[in-house]
Design a protein around this ligand. Structure first.
Ligand SMILES: Cc1ncc(COP(=O)(O)O)c(C=O)c1O
Length: 406
């Protein structure tokens, strides 16, 4: 997961030179995305498949880059499902997520999703009626929520505690009773997505072992013929210490050791990863508009902010960045500059919460330089409150090769 800083910085300079407004842009390094996705796919042995969770970022060029590499896409709404199907006529799709409407369930039936992940008995009842009225038999995984053993806490946990996600184990008997007479539903297995932001390869392997144990116990208990286990997404990005990321090589080695146990149990497993796939290919670039001192602190005010890039606010971190020096200076007065300082990087919103980085050390930053935030390819632009204050949106630039961004 190497970041191609040189190519991206060159693209930033080109974009800056082309524009007549202060630069504000997302840049996506598509060759890097392709290389990362291929490495990730190669790292998953035999029984492990890889779907991409499109909610992380569903920009068409990213999906096109991934389409030949991953085994399919996961959608969590009718909008995502229709977008994915309109762009990829035959790529396998999953529909998951809480609060599915009848229209979403019907769309999934009509589009022939490969699997539909069911979140509750109520949803299952509605699906059975809809599928039956359409004359379909829908392949389903049941999403479960159950307590996890110690050591599985991350900063974002969806299971093992009260959340709206999945079916708790004590409700499973009722679900299985209901399924007894349902021709329109075919349960093929279980879906567990109990946490995100996993940064530790060994812990993630431990989680998978626990998932397999839980799956086989439940399958035996219910004498079910399930063969599919979706182990969710959840591999994280270390925004706080970007030099120490999830150890994919170690994870792959461990998966190699676990693969035999999945195979012996007749379980084909599937990841549906989002953040880890696309975060590293995206960058948010903002030009510095102003430098200010206030009550002893330095503020770098940029063209943009959390209405474009909510990730640091959403995750509660100070986002790492690089300064891309821009030598052009168009005003007839001295260029404001700060050297060897700690700075707060803020945007254009009228709220003190519009902070991208806090107390960040910089060697030098000047008005007119560009700040480049890496790891902005997932849950970034698409989770931001884009219309607040009606500032112009960032440009969306796709780097296809080292020479060109368009
Ligand atoms: C059901 C489900 N699967 C997969 C994902 C992707 O998770 P991540 O981006 O952490 O890999 C999510 C994220 O919320 C999810 O809810």
């Amino acid at each position: 997961m190497e970041l191609r800083w040189t190519a991206v910085e060159e693209a930033v300079r080109r974009a800056h030179a082309e524009g007549d407004e202060p630069l504000c842009a997302y840049l996506y390094d598509l060759p890097a995305l392709a290389a990362h996705a291929r490495e990730l796919r190669r790292s998953l042995p035999g029984p492990f498949g890889l779907f991409y969770a499109a909610k992380a970022n569903a920009e068409r060029p990213l999906l096109q880059t991934l389409a030949g590499v991953v085994d399919g896409f996961e959608a969590s709404s009718r909008g995502e499902l229709e977008w994915l199907r309109s762009n990829f006529a035959s790529t396998p799709l999953i529909l998951s997520g809480p609060g599915k409407t009848d229209a979403e369930l019907a769309t999934a039936c009509r589009l022939g999703v490969e699997l539909l992940h069911v979140e509750s008995l109520g949803e299952l009842r509605r699906l059975a009626l809809i599928a039956s009225s359409l004359g379909r038999r829908v392949p389903v995984l049941l999403r479960l929520n159950f307590p996890l053993g110690p050591g599985h806490e991350t900063s974002l946990v969806m299971g093992g505690r009260p959340t709206p996600f999945g079916i708790e184990l004590d409700q499973l008997p009722g679900v299985m009773d209901f399924l007894g007479g349902q021709e329109s539903i075919q349960v093929k297995g279980l879906h567990f997505h109990l946490l995100s932001h996993q940064l530790d390869a060994d812990r993630h392997l431990g989680l998978l072992e626990e998932y397999l144990r839980r799956f086989t116990e439940l399958r035996a208990h219910y004498r079910a013929d399930w063969s599919h286990l979706n182990v969710g997404g959840g591999i994280g990005i270390n925004y706080r210490a970007p030099e120490s990321q999830f150890d994919l090589a170690r994870f792959s080695e461990g998966l190699g050791r676990l693969a035999g146990r999945f195979e012996a149990a007749g379980v084909s497993a599937r990841f549906e990863l989002g953040r880890y796939v696309t975060a590293p290919c995206g960058y948010y670039a903002v030009e510095v508009l102003d430098l200010k001192r206030c009550f002893g602190e330095t503020f770098v005010v940029c063209r943009g902010g959390t209405h474009h890039f909510r990730t640091p606010q959403a995750q509660g971190h100070s986002h790492p960045f690089r300064v891309v020096p821009i030598d052009e200076w168009r005003y007839p007065f001295a260029r404001p500059s700060v050297e060897g300082a700690r700075v707060n990087v803020v945007g254009q919103l009228c709220t003190p919460k519009d902070v991208l980085a806090r107390e960040a050390p910089v060697e030098r930053v000047r008005v007119g330089d560009v700040l480049l935030f890496p790891y902005a390819g997932a849950y970034a632009w698409n989770i931001s409150h884009q219309h607040f204050l009606m500032h112009a949106p960032p440009r969306q630039l796709f780097l296809h090769s080292e020479e060109a961004a368009c």
